[in-house]
Ligand binder design. Structure first.
Ligand code: GDP
Length: 459
């Protein structure tokens, strides 16, 4: 793909701030910058070594627009691998906008969302999984999600994919020899050997696939719903978890009418907490909207916290809620343990395992550590650990891995049945293509556009 125009955009977040940055990339970046900028101590940008910060002014038809620092990074040693100019001007709305407008007037085109990163990919500086990691770094909500994105940007996933595709290529080569020279007396690889080699690839692909659910949670957050009848302490619990008073806490039943969403960092996991009006039946129209939404959220949530009041006997309303949730992703929060217990725990144990019943006092902020530990255990359950291996964090990658996994399964089953090599070749090639989707080797241009449209302008 040939890229010939020069793009420009504001790279810093909108709003007041110390510095704002306008970025240009493309073959005319330097020319355009020279039209707009005069260094204070020398004649032009070319009089300075590349990648030095040059002090000077931006001029629009002889009038100074702003006092700036400008850096010129000659391609391919730049973010996009093209000639890049970055202009550091005063922050705020006006300076950056005026300088951008001037750059556009001087021959640049307004960049589309993610276009700088897209160019870095198209120019071969990074692969697609690395490009996607850039947006993940920007969107990261916890240290853990940041760490995963950083490792992906450094190429941990790219290397893994490259390695798996090389292993597939080696097997494919042997299969192809067998197809091309069926009559010849060369030493063919036996089915048994092929199965062994393909199974080695399969093990790694399956292991990667297993990390995808946890990876997604770490990247996107754990969608969490808090359920319970009125006055059991849902809002209080949410406030304790948040450590600040955001939701309304009140004694009147049903006042937390709508859904409130908050992010909170629990041991590196971004909990996206949804506080709801509860799922009980109600005639109140306003509240019904909240209830409708609650039901929807319950379906899509990764974790459900059912709050019960320890100081009252369990009733039908509590039981209805317990019956409506998915046991495998539910924790029961036994709240108000600072008060005398009147709740029959044996009834609760019918609906959740004992380990998933957590005693707390939202009022006194007690028991929250236990809740945090349990959440961490649930996210990192099974074979997924909180460190180490490459993780699949992106659902696009998960789909690709799944396709590869299925194709490899088919290949192995055909090998076991000693089917013709042509069949096996097709399956192995499918797996190879599916993995290439992740690093962008086998991806269509339409899909690329969709991926980069999720970026911000200027990145
Ligand atoms: P919601 O309707 O489920 O959101 O319940 P709220 O959070 O509004 O709490 C209802 C009432 O219970 C309020 O008066 C809270 O102060 C009180 N409450 C909440 N948690 C506790 C607790 O752990 N101990 C005690 N003693 N009272 C609590």
């Amino acid at each position: 793909m040939f890229i010939d125009d020069t793009i420009a955009a504001i790279a810093t977040a909108p709003g007041e701030g110390g510095i704002g940055i306008i970025r240009l990339s493309g073959s005319n970046a330097l020319d355009i910058a020279n039209k707009m900028f005069r260094p204070l101590y020398r004649d032009s940008i070319g009089d300075y070594a590349v990648r030095t910060l040059i002090y000077g002014n931006i001029y629009d038809e002889g009038v100074v627009l702003d006092e700036v620092l400008l850096a010129y990074m000659k391609g391919p040693h730049s973010y996009t691998a093209e000639d890049v100019v970055e202009i550091n001007c005063h922050g705020g709305f006006i300076s950056v906008r005026k300088i951008l407008e001037l750059a556009l007037k001087s021959g640049a085109r307004m960049a589309e969302a993610g276009e700088f990163t897209k160019r870095a990919f198209l120019n071969g500086r990074i692969d697609l999984s690395q490009a996607e990691a850039v947006i993940d770094i920007i969107n990261a909500k916890t240290d853990k999600s940041h760490e995963l994105a950083q490792s992906q940007l450094e190429g941990s996933l790219s290397k893994k994919i490259k390695n798996l595709r090389e292993m597939l290529t080696a097997v494919l080569a042997q299969v192809e020899v067998a197809i091309d020279y069926p009559e010849e007396d060369i030493e063919f690889i036996t089915y048994k050997e092929l199965i062994e080699k393909t199974e080695a690839i399969q093990r790694e692909v399956v292991q990667m696939y297993k990390t995808a659910d946890t990876g997604k949670i770490l990247r996107e957050g754990l969608q969490t719903a808090i359920l319970g009848k009125p006055n059991v302490g849902k809002s209080s619990l949410m406030n304790s978890i948040l450590g600040e008073n955001r939701a309304i806490v009140t004694d009147i039943p049903g006042t937390t009418r709508d859904i409130i969403e908050e992010f909170v960092n629990i041991k590196g996991i971004a909990l996206k907490i949804v506080d709801t009006a509860g799922i009980r039946d109600t005639d109140d129209v306003v509240e019904k909207i909240g209830v409708e939404k609650s039901r929807k959220h319950l379906k899509s949530s990764d974790l459900t916290l059912v709050v019960l009041d320890n100081s009252r006997e369990i009733d039908q309303e509590d039981i209805d809620i317990l019956e409506s949730v998915d046991r495998s992703k539910t924790l029961v929060i036994l709240n108000k343990i600072d008060l005398e217990s009147k709740l029959d725990l044996d009834i609760v144990k019918k609906y959740v395992d004992e380990i998933n019943i957590i005693n707390i006092s939202a009022l006194k902020n007690e028991g929250l550590d236990l809740l945090h530990d349990r959440i961490e255990d649930m996210v990192f359950s099974g074979e997924i650990s909180n460190s180490g291996d490459v993780m699949i964090t992106n659902s696009r990658h998960k789909d690709a891995i799944y396709k590869a996994m299925k194709a490899i399964e088919d290949a192995i089953s055909s090998l076991n049945d000693e089917m013709s090599y042509d069949f096996i070749e097709v399956d192995l090639k499918d797996a190879w293509d599916a993995l290439g989707y992740i690093n962008g080797d086998t991806i269509s241009e339409d899909l690329l556009d969709t991926i980069f449209s999720n970026f911000c302008i200027g990145k």
